[in-house]
Design a protein around this ligand. Structure first.
Ligand SMILES: CC(=O)N[C@H]1[C@H]([C@H](O)[C@H](O)CO)O[C@](OP(=O)(O)OC[C@H]2O[C@@H](n3ccc(N)nc3=O)[C@H](O)[C@@H]2O)(C(=O)O)C[C@@H]1O
Ligand SMILES: CO[C@@H]1[C@H](O)[C@@H](O)[C@H](O[C@H]2[C@H](O)[C@@H](NC(C)=O)[C@H](OCc3ccccc3)O[C@@H]2CO)O[C@@H]1CO
Length: 334
């Protein structure tokens, strides 16, 4: 072979290897952390309607017609009444829900969110993968930052940011110091799992006698949050998460105990609300790994979740499907 041909072969070989590497990187991308569609000003680019278009293909009967939060009018007409009990519907809890909704008087999305030109959302899971991630500034740039339960931001700003647009929680996961971990206008979104959850909200907002009955862990007895910042999540999103993402039976929850985690519920909620859905801090250790801590803020392991009625491998499959279909993107690894 002449020297000229040898050069050609070498160039072709280098180009071929480079193309294979690029194709491999793009294929593997859903599992890789990295800068996604970053605009010049460092913010995430808006692809309006993108999530809606893709979710329509993947989630059976997907519709964005359901209100985000429960409202009094949900209970006015008999034909609107729910077919399921909490956490998948409101059947049997109508009276207490009406009472608490009359107290908060707000069921709408605040104007500061409603008027956003694009809803770029990030759902921040509580996972250990956020520790030392330095993702704080990246997370703060999203239009809507969803946080979960009592996950702290104070002293963890560098890794998780400090902007909280909405926080999904239930009484047992409510923070004892909500003003330290949230912004003055953060929406506190109660996820109602059972009737006592709604009774707790009524009691703390109305300063009535609190009861500890019906809770698996004592919730705060004093919870200093402005009623106008409180909402109750529409149980429709729990129903969709269980029945469409996890294929879990919602008809007899007492018999089929598996229930969605708050994180998967928040992802489902975001899929019905946002133009862009990114996630961070999701992913549990292998089920056999009883040493690895699961949270970015405390030293507990998978063992603590033994009685939780969640199936984390089942959920990982659901999240992986959403990542592979590029409906959501991940800022940490999965
Ligand atoms: C002991 C116990 O009941 N633990 C549950 C805790 C606990 O109640 C609260 O932290 C309040 O203390 O809440 C849960 O979840 P938790 O509050 O741990 O985490 C919130 C969501 O983040 C995602 N996550 C978390 C850790 C991890 N390593 N990988 C993850 O993907 C999950 O999607 C998770 O939902 C819950 O509400 O779902 C689920 C946990 O099972
Ligand atoms: C999203 O679910 C939340 C959390 O992730 C779960 O761990 C938690 O599970 C608790 C479960 O809901 C309790 N079941 C009932 C019917 O209340 C279960 O109860 C057992 C128990 C009872 C009394 C004292 C201790 C334990 O406890 C589970 C937690 O170990 O549900 C959360 C939503 O409420």
């Amino acid at each position: 072979m002449s020297c000229d041909s040898q050069w050609k072969v070498l160039v072709l070989f280098i180009l071929g290897t480079f193309s294979v590497a690029v194709v491999w990187y793009l294929r593997a991308e859903p599992y890789m952390p990295g800068p996604y569609m970053i605009a010049e000003d460092d913010s995430v680019m808006c692809s309006q309607g993108d999530v809606e278009k893709k979710a329509l293909l993947m989630i059976e009967n997907y519709t964005r017609n359901h209100p985000a939060f429960l409202q009094m009018s949900d209970f006015f007409w008999e034909k609107n009444l729910s077919a399921y009990q909490l956490p998948y519907g409101t059947q049997g809890s109508e009276e207490i829900l009406l009472k608490v909704l009359a107290l908060t008087m707000r069921y709408d999305m605040p104007d500061s969110i409603q008027n956003l030109p694009c809803w770029r959302c990030v759902v921040v899971g509580n996972g250990h993968r956020l520790k030392n991630s330095s993702l704080g500034d990246v997370i703060n740039k999203y239009d809507i930052v969803m946080r979960l339960n009592n996950a702290p931001v104070h002293k963890y700003e560098h890794d998780v940011g400090n902007k909280t647009t909405m926080r999904l929680f239930y009484p047992e996961s409510a923070d004892f110091d909500p003003n330290l971990q949230n912004n003055p206008d953060s929406l506190m979104v109660l996820v109602p799992f059972k009737t006592p959850d709604v009774q707790w909200l009524k009691a703390v907002l109305n300063n009535e006698k609190r009861s500890r009955k019906g809770f698996w862990k004592s919730p705060p007895l004093i919870w200093d949050v402005k009623p106008e910042n409180v909402r109750i999540l529409n149980p429709y999103f729990m129903e969709v998460t269980a029945s469409k993402l996890l294929n879990v039976s919602i008809k007899s929850p007492r018999k089929h105990k598996e229930k969605p985690t708050t994180g998967l519920l928040a992802i489902t909620f975001a899929l019905h609300l946002c133009d862009v859905v990114h996630i961070a801090g999701f992913g549990y250790p292998e089920t056999t790994n009883n040493k690895q801590t699961i949270h970015y803020y405390e030293q507990i392991t998978l063992k603590s979740m033994a009685d939780s009625d969640h199936n984390v491998s089942h959920e990982a499959q659901a999240i992986r499907r959403l990542l592979e279909a590029r409906i959501i993107r991940n800022l940490t690894h999965f």
